[in-house]
Ligand binder design. Structure first.
Ligand code: TUI
Length: 321
């Protein structure tokens, strides 16, 4: 057990939430993380409505622990995905890429906890006002669709501005990151990139190997000019995207060029022409291992780092005048 406001809110053992990743975090990964004491999340992304229902039912079969669904609000059929999620009744939803304000109440009515991803203090405050149970503060280090601020500056500012629990995300892959997040005032962490490389993750092996092989400077942000910035690992696709941006392609042309590129990488394994969405923490991911082992390693490293902090604190306490 590592008890915080988040473990109590969600009824989980450890304050570790697996990021909901479209085409990457399916029921298998979500259930494995939940069975290991964290909170697993199915990434709905652009998933057809029927598939989401199947995924939720599969997760219910694979785990008796709480799990969640991430709703990506830019998806054109988001209203249908919301209805299915309401009908199936899941313990938790997280939301990304937009403001879930208008439908928070309907989820709360059926007892689903609602945790929006927020890239700013203002949105965190608005979410608290409309009834969010907690917020995920995701820094620009994260993979996929991102905001502007780093985790290091966003988390403490949101912690100061709201009273609901805060989950730190973006750039966190190990126990040192968890310790740092707790030091910044967070009640838990959301980890995406590291869980791509869980054995139970159904993403293509080429995608996982690309994350394991990535070094510190190997991600880039595509699509700033279109207003939909996305962090991905550099490859032929990102070079082509950059060339099109330089040559003055329109937002529509660039958006069109991006269509279907995530499944091309994550499902089909084409990691040169597909979109390998991953965060800067890819440089910290060294191997593919079971989700339960990832969580246990994070905890062991958390206690080591936390003990170090505590030894500094006891020394400092003696010399403070
Ligand atoms: O949503 C994510 N990450 C994602 S979604 C995704 S799928 C995708 N595919 C193609 C193009 C774009 C996306 C891949 N990765 N993370 C959560 C997140 N949410 N990061 C930033 C935000 C965010 C941004 C603006 C949340 C709210 C927001 O609000 C704007 C407003 O309406 O106030």
């Amino acid at each position: 057990m590592l008890e915080t406001r988040i473990t109590r809110l969600l009824g989980i053992k450890y304050p570790i939430i697996q990021g909901g990743m479209a085409w990457v975090s399916t029921a298998e990964l979500a259930a494995a993380v939940s069975n290991a004491g964290g909170l697993g999340i199915i990434g709905a992304g652009h998933m057809p409505t029927l598939n989401l229902r199947e995924q939720i039912r599969k997760a219910k079969k694979l785990t008796d622990k709480p799990f969640g669904v991430n709703l990506m609000l830019l998806t054109p059929h988001i209203d249908e995905l919301i209805e299915v999620t309401l009908e199936e009744g899941v313990p938790v939803i997280t939301t990304g890429a937009g403001n879930p304000g208008v439908f928070i109440g309907r989820f709360k009515e059926i007892g689903t906890k609602v945790i929006p991803v927020v890239p700013s203090v203002a949105l965190a405050q608005r979410m608290q006002k409309v009834g969010a149970d907690a917020v995920i503060c995701e820094g620009t280090e994260a993979g996929g669709h991102i905001g502007e601020l780093t985790t290091m500056v966003l988390v403490p500012q949101v912690v100061d501005a709201v009273s609901i629990p805060v989950i730190a995300a973006g750039g966190i892959a190990d126990g040192r990151g968890l310790t740092a997040a707790i030091a910044l005032g967070a009640d838990g962490v959301q980890i995406g990139t590291r869980f791509i490389c869980a054995t139970e993750c159904t993403a293509h092996i080429n995608f996982k190997n690309k994350v394991v092989a990535a070094k510190d400077r190997e991600t880039t942000v595509s699509g700033r000019s279109t207003g939909h910035p996305v962090r991905v690992i550099k490859n032929k696709l990102t070079r082509e995207f950059e060339r099109m941006e330089k040559e003055g392609a329109t937002s529509e042309e660039l958006d069109q060029f991006g269509v279907g590129k995530l499944p091309l990488a994550a499902r089909d394994g084409d990691i040169e022409n597909g979109s390998v969405m991953a965060g800067q923490s890819a440089g910290l991911v060294k191997s593919i291992m079971p989700a339960a082992d990832i969580i246990q390693e994070i905890l062991a490293d958390f206690y080591e780092a936390a003990n170090l902090l505590s030894s500094y604190a006891s020394l400092g306490g003696d010399c403070v005048e």
